[in-house]
Design a protein around this ligand. Structure first.
Ligand code: 5GP
Ligand code: ZN
Length: 142
């Protein structure tokens, strides 16, 4: 537990939340400032700041909870779809430094955008640059 982390304090029950799910390694609760009805956050119980910091088993637990909860959340608010996403690091808009996945219910005509809208202008990359990037990722992921 990180003493000054609000999500650690929520997991510990020291800060109240509308909790909706808990297992050994993951915890989920309603976002206090929802983008849509049912907006839910899924966190690992252990404190880790970003996905890169998260051990594989904790990551698996978070994904399992997201997988279980996404259809349940959609049904609870009669949503047409959902956006499931992580703001992973400050430059991507992460404000709370404890990994959390957002489940944001979506509705036909809700005026929101797809995840394609979150980055800046699309880069102009030629084939060589795309090949080099793919190689770097593939080699590092091996
Ligand atoms: P981020 O920008 O870090 O991905 O999102 C943080 C989210 O946490 C925001 O959507 C914000 O509304 C939510 N949040 C921040 N503080 C609290 C809190 O104390 N309780 C709950 N339930 N949600 C919070
Ligand atoms: Zn924490």
């Amino acid at each position: 537990m990180s003493e000054d982390c609000i999500f650690c304090q929520i997991v510990a029950g020291d800060i109240p939340s509308r909790s909706v799910y808990e297992d050994d390694d993951a915890f989920a609760f309603l976002d206090a400032n929802p983008m849509a009805p049912g907006h839910t956050l899924v966190v690992p119980k252990e404190h880790h700041e970003t996905l890169a910091d998260l051990p594989e088993d904790a990551g698996a637990a978070v994904f399992a909870a997201l997988h279980r909860l996404t259809p349940v959340v959609e049904d609870a608010v009669d949503a047409d779809a959902s956006t499931v996403a992580f703001n992973n690091g400050e430059a991507a808009g992460q404000e709370v430094g404890h990994v959390h996945g957002h489940i944001i219910p979506r509705f036909d005509g809700d005026g929101g955008g797809p995840v394609h809208a979150v980055a800046g202008a699309r880069p102009d990359l030629d084939d060589d640059e795309l090949d080099a990037i793919a190689d770097r990722i593939a080699n590092a992921a091996d």
